[in-house]
Design a protein around this ligand. Structure first.
Ligand SMILES: [Fe+2]
Length: 186
């Protein structure tokens, strides 16, 4: 597992997401209006993430590719293959991001050498962070607190990870992309 600091002026993931959604503060997304006021929270999460797919998929994909080639390259070499499209996640307060809460991406066929690039577009801590076990099979999940400007790189195939109920008042918006590196991460 690796936590990397990067230059947010060069890799402006947050600005890209804010412009796409037309909001000034992603952490307050839960207070923004949606088409149907009484939608359940999970519906609102999916609606916001669908807005990201609709507005910034190409721009974000280009940012992630540059990030992998320019920043991660020195750690893992050039990518052998890269996921075709970045995945966006929105977790509003008082919800779980998805079910089941903890999982391994190997469940869906991800190879153990594949790395997950998990980038929060807002600061995350505690219950709105991603929770990851310290080694495959340990089941000792803990939150990976990150500032905006930090990226988490980990093997999501063998390592269990997921979200817990966000008991705070800050919405988490994040994006993740997987790639197969040419060099194993130390
Ligand atoms: Fe996953």
């Amino acid at each position: 597992m690796l936590i990397l600091r990067y230059d947010t002026d060069i890799y402006d993931f947050q600005g890209c997401a804010r412009r796409g959604l037309g909001v000034s503060d992603l952490t307050r997304l839960h207070a923004e209006p949606v088409p149907v006021a009484d939608w359940p929270r999970r519906t609102r999460e999916l609606w916001w993430s669908s807005r990201l797919y609709a507005t910034v998929t190409d721009n974000m994909q280009e940012l992630y590719l540059r990030f992998i080639h320019n920043v991660l390259r020195e750690h893992t070499g050039l990518p052998v293959s890269i996921q075709k499209r970045v995945c966006f996640r929105v977790q509003l307060p008082a919800t779980c991001a998805h079910e089941p809460t903890y999982h391994r991406d190997s469940t869906w066929g991800q190879q153990p050498q594949t790395l997950n690039v998990w980038i929060p577009y807002v600061p995350v801590a505690g219950t709105n962070a991603l929770w990851v076990e310290t080694a495959p099979g340990r089941s000792d999940h803990r939150p990976i607190d990150l500032d905006y400007g930090e990226a988490l790189i980990f093997a999501g195939g063998p390592m269990s990870h997921g979200a817990v109920t966000n008991t705070g008042d800050s919405t988490r918006v994040s994006g993740d992309l997987r790639y197969l590196p040419s060099v194993a991460m130390p």
